[in-house]
Design a protein. Structure first.
Length: 197
């Protein structure tokens, strides 16, 4: 298992960021009618079975409001991706004791923990994280057209986006975390060099 803030972990965070971009690109492509004509001729093998994309498009076409139904499907897909992204980032940081010791007191990790728990237990869920104290003040922010309520305070004050760089989109948040990880990687490299001397 990889330990601490290695260069490999930075690549892992970059990979999570790229998965988000790929997901956004796929959602955008699915909204184009010409893509459906291509997809309807394609299939995807799953084990010994084959899933044909035309099954999905036929179900949409039989809907009373196909475009509205498609928008709902894409919206749910993006929620799924956001949930997966926050959970993966949080788990990757918390999974290693060395990493967790360094980040557990930082504003951005505490906020990420809030996002992760909100996604894992339902958007608008009310919960407390005993490890980091508890709070009952809701802080609402529009995130990529998704509203998420964070019930959390830190040092008896409501958490704010300014505490973690004032990010505006989920991509910005991952980029911010990636830059934080870069600092840890550079510190590790610097420490390694100084020890060799």
């Amino acid at each position: 298992m990889e330990k601490g803030f290695t260069k490999g972990f930075l690549a892992q965070v970059t990979n999570i960021q790229n998965k988000l971009l790929l997901s956004l690109a796929l959602a955008k492509l699915l909204m184009r009618t010409d893509v459906w004509n291509i997809l309807e001729k394609e299939y995807y093998p799953i084990g010994d079975k084959t899933f044909e994309f035309r099954n999905f498009s036929q179900a949409l076409r039989q809907s009373e409001k196909p475009q509205e139904e498609l928008n709902i499907q894409i919206d749910d897909y993006l929620k799924f991706i956001c949930r997966s992204l926050f959970i993966n980032l949080y788990e990757a940081l918390k999974n290693d004791d060395e990493r967790f010791k360094k980040v557990k007191g930082t504003n951005w990790f505490i906020f990420l923990a809030n996002l992760r728990h909100s996604c894992a237990h339902g958007i608008d869920a009310i919960w407390n994280i005993n490890d980091y104290g508890s709070g009952e003040i809701s802080y609402t922010k529009q995130i990529d057209c998704k509203k998420m309520v964070i019930d959390k305070t830190w040092d008896k004050q409501p958490m704010t986006f300014e505490q973690i760089g004032g990010w505006a989109t989920i991509y910005d948040l991952v980029d911010f975390i990636k830059n934080q990880v870069k600092e840890y990687v550079n510190l590790r490299d610097t420490n390694s060099i100084s020890r060799k001397k």
